[in-house]
Design a protein around this ligand. Sequence first.
Ligand SMILES: NC(=O)c1ccc[n+]([C@@H]2O[C@H](COP(=O)([O-])OP(=O)(O)OC[C@H]3O[C@@H](n4cnc5c(N)ncnc54)[C@H](O)[C@@H]3O)[C@@H](O)[C@H]2O)c1
Length: 258
Amino acid sequence: MAGRVAGKKAFITGGAQGLGAAMARKLADEGAKVSVADINHEGAKAVAAEINAACGEGVAFAFPLDVTKEDQWIYALEEADAAMGGISVLINNAGISRAGNIEQLSYEDWKLVMSVNVDSVFLGTKHALKYMRDHQPGSIINISSIAGLIAAHNSPVYNASKAGVWLLSKGIALHCAKQGLDIRSNSIHPTFIDTPILDPLRQQFGTEVAHGKLARQIPLGHIGEPEDIANAALYLASDESKFMTGAELKLDGGISAM
Ligand SMILES: NC(=O)c1ccc[n+]([C@@H]2O[C@H](COP(=O)([O-])OP(=O)(O)OC[C@H]3O[C@@H](n4cnc5c(N)ncnc54)[C@H](O)[C@@H]3O)[C@@H](O)[C@H]2O)c1
């Protein structure tokens, strides 16, 4: 099959909606097989069914996965490897946020966000490399955030977790290079993108006011679309980015240029 990622086999966490679903659709459109994994198994199944309807049966598969659970990772990767005939791309995308400044945030919320956002990348990469070794060249794509590079007064755990993902990506890149593996690892750093993750803000202020508040922080003057991030993931998943590892792609409408 033709396409920029023809023959690639991608495992995508948090694929039931938002950026994960957009990346799964994009990679499938460009010739990859995709495994959509999510704690929301019904949502993952719906995305996989939609992809198969558009691209043909056997292109997309869905798996239940809580990215904080090592045993679930081991099982889902084994199943995905068998279903797709290998794994060559891992997209660690599942992530959450919890509101509250350093004095307000509960320790429970701290641990939950660190676990979903950072433990997931550790566990997923640790266990996926076993399969990816057999399907080189490979690419690990970790969805961090511009909030992993720039702090705010009211998001300590999101900042800390996404900064952790940023440097963990580099450590993984150097490990793979040192091992002589043709497996690259990079991070993507979006600013506000129009996905359900923004729903709490939209519910609080209404969509127009909420989007306006976010857009005012962005030099380009508007929030991003899932497609903006999916295009970056497509580049990183493809061999077009074969000399890029240990790097970060900032898709922030210019925020970090200020
Ligand atoms: N949308 C944005 O504005 C934005 C900006 C920067 C970074 N990000 C990051 O992009 C990633 C995707 O965000 P999104 O906007 O698509 O969010 P979203 O809330 O729309 O989707 C997140 C998905 O992750 C899944 N998920 C949550 N906890 C999970 C768990 N423990 N195990 C498995 N799956 C789990 C959810 O079920 C959901 O399908 C996240 O890591 C997020 O931090 C998003």
